[in-house]
Design a protein around this ligand. Structure first.
Ligand code: GLN
Length: 197
């Protein structure tokens, strides 16, 4: 059976576990290096990226996570999780650390104060119908290397054309929260990626 962990030191862990369980995979929280060893794949949830980095250091998960993510373990970051997978951050705090792996630059809290949380429907690569996407103080992808595949962009409004979902090799990230609600198709794409790897 496919085993997918959810980074569980901080963030909205339970909703991801429920989505994974609905998809029939073995799903569990990851707080310790031994739990990371059991993972065929990992989700890094939404939450607060500076706190995630600090807690990962305190709980001795930071270096093992970097090793697995850079070593080919399929990993899916949502919102703060996207920031944690980015090689570069704009508007991060001084000294903010990420696990890296995705050759992208993300801008934290990119959508600005007036629309810092909003919902919209997005066309999403490989999915027939649009995804209802919930953004909560979300980042966007400012730029990426040539092998970063864009999976979704925002249409309309001031953020028109901004990149909000990407995939590069074994890594995937969304600015929004696919775990909110009961549409499991984006998680399904990640489960497929884990099974193919
Ligand atoms: N703004 C948060 C951060 O910078 C991310 C918000 C979220 O994950 N919903 O970490």
């Amino acid at each position: 059976m496919t085993s997918i962990g959810v980074f569980a030191l901080q963030g909205d862990v339970r909703e991801h576990l429920q989505a994974l369980e609905r998809l029939g995979v073995d799903a569990f929280g990851v707080r310790r290096p031994e739990e990371l060893e059991r993972c065929d794949g990992l989700i890094i949830p939404g939450g607060e990226s500076t706190t995630m980095g600090k807690l990962a250091r305190i709980f001795d998960l930071f270096d093992p996570l970097v090793e697995r993510i850079h070593g080919g373990m399929p990993t899916f970051g949502t919102c703060a999780g996207m920031i944690m997978l980015a090689e570069k951050i704009e508007d991060g705090i001084i000294g903010q650390e990420t696990f890296g792996g995705l050759d992208i630059t993300v801008r934290r809290n990119a959508f600005g104060r007036q629309v810092d949380s909003f919902e919209t429907d997005l066309e999403f690569a490989d999915l027939a119908d649009p995804v209802h996407a919930v953004f909560i103080r979300a980042p966007w992808v400012e730029s990426g290397s040539s092998d970063v595949e864009v999976l979704a962009t925002v249409h309309g409004g001031e953020a028109d054309g901004r990149i909000v979902a990407v995939r590069q090799r074994h890594l995937m990230a969304t600015s929004f929260h696919p775990e909110v609600g009961d549409d499991d198709r984006v998680h399904g794409l990640f489960v497929d990626l884990v099974k193919q790897t």
